[in-house]
Design a binder for this molecule. Sequence first.
Ligand code: ADP
Ligand code: MG
Length: 585
Amino acid sequence: MANVIRVLDDKVINRIAAGEVVERPASVVKELIENSIDAQASAIRLDIEEGGKKSIIVKDNGMGMSHDDAFLALERHATSKLNSEKDLRGIATMGFRGEALASIGSVSRLRLVTSDGSEDGATEIVVEGGTLKKSERVGAGRGTLVEVRNLFYNVPVRRKFLKTRDVESGHIQELVVRLALAFPPVSFVYTEDGQLKMDAPAVTSTLARIHTLYSRDVRENLIQVKSAKGDSQLSGYVAKPPYARSNMRSVLTFVNGRSVRDRLLNAAVMKAFAHLMERGRYPLAVLFLEIPPDEVDVNVHPQKAEVRFAKSKEIFDLILEGVHEALVGAPFNRTGLQKETRLLQSAVTPLNQHVFKDDREKRKGASSDLTGGQGDDLERVTAQTEVFPSEGFSALGILGQLPHSFLVLYGVDDLVIIDQHAAHERVLFDHLLQTVLAGEPVESQDLLLPNILHYSPVEARLMAAHLGLLQKIGFRIEEFGDNDFVVKGVPVWLKNQDLEAFFAGLVEIMLDTGLAGDTDRMREELLKTVACRGAVKESTPMRSEEIGSLLKALDKSNFSEVCPHGRPLAVRYTFNEIRKKMGRR
Ligand code: ADP
Ligand code: MG
């Protein structure tokens, strides 16, 4: 029998490797830009056409390559970044396999122009489908340009699976944003089909970079994250919950300076934002993890987007706790008001009294018949609202309640409108969660007539599984045989409710969230529903003492900006905004 086993030639090996390293135009961009960064470039320019399918050009001002190195660079397993097995641990550079350029060159038309700044000038090499087509010495300054045209022209299956221009450039855009965030001292210019998409000058901090890349809304609503656990550190920024996005791509994580998309990291961030975000919304986060190099394996995936952690639980907790703490520590955006209020209290009489009295005296002096009834009205308003306690929501004066359940409040320089139902929901939810976590008993009230609830076997099993939780939050409920349950008492704040409807809602949640296995999330979902049911309804009149105690409770809440479903519970208009709307300056 003839020999059938052959050693594959380099061209074939490269093309196989290309399948692993290069999935789509964005992977090419990633390899090329990371090479530029490894070459210590301080300025990188990227131009793409047709989502990178037609061409990708990366130009840098890095250290470049000598004539000989330029040829070597295009060979498989040629790398300047790794000398031995020992180096494999603790890799500090981006690339290290020495296969990117060779692989890309085997599935495209690749042109490399590079110079290390020596007198030899620059080298230009063109490779097509892995075959050298041209090489010459040219004139060019220090740095490197790599142009990749017609990616996968010789691998039709691959070419066919590339997506539309917009999808491919979407991937590239996301990648460039990640890289730009990871390397603030490097300037990035990025164009798509001749259109400028990013122009980020070199800066000295992540925050400055975020400021160039994101809109003002986001910039003004960032919360700093900074914490540590063991030998690991977490730093970065998250946007306040109302600035959430509609997909997970807004969670940007970096491990030891490398952009990484990882399920564990994402899950930890999501968990920190639980009950601060509507379903289907994702937080905007830019987070940097620093971990001892031997506790993280970046070598899992050729594209190095996924990693493996030695102490995954510790990393999860570091993120969860770090982000949570940052969120808890972030006050409702009223710092300016609070300061002015304090100043006001010590220096002058409360603003409104001051203004109204003054006004009236002026009018009195000017003419006699302008006082009368109106003046008394003003005085009454004054008497009601002159109190300016020193902090938070309860520092606001109460103007009243709109018929549709919005409370209207005012501060020294703003008008604040609160959604009474959402606010009460938040307060109840926080209270319940704390109670459950602390294992404190909740006061419950006996029902005059015990209420029997009937369920299907599936529903009954779910109910039974959550009885303990329901009892903890003040329900006196027991199994009654034959898939029935009996409710003998309810939490005090839940009186006068349609219990049938309430429990039907609960069971629905147990059923359709499919969360029965995840106790934490199940608990949260149940508490959300309970809080929603227990909270003051829309269009319910509220007395000013009730409003007062709601505001006080809100001030005690860790998350007084959003209801447990993640919707904002207050909106604020500064007097400046109002003046502008009125056409004043
Ligand atoms: P790796 O980055 O894994 O070493 P590559 O195939 O991406 O493998 O690159 C091979 C080698 O080519 C690198 O090790 C480096 O020495 C050189 N190189 C690639 N791109 C650049 C660049 N932009 N500037 C300077 N040198 C480069
Ligand atoms: Mg590389």
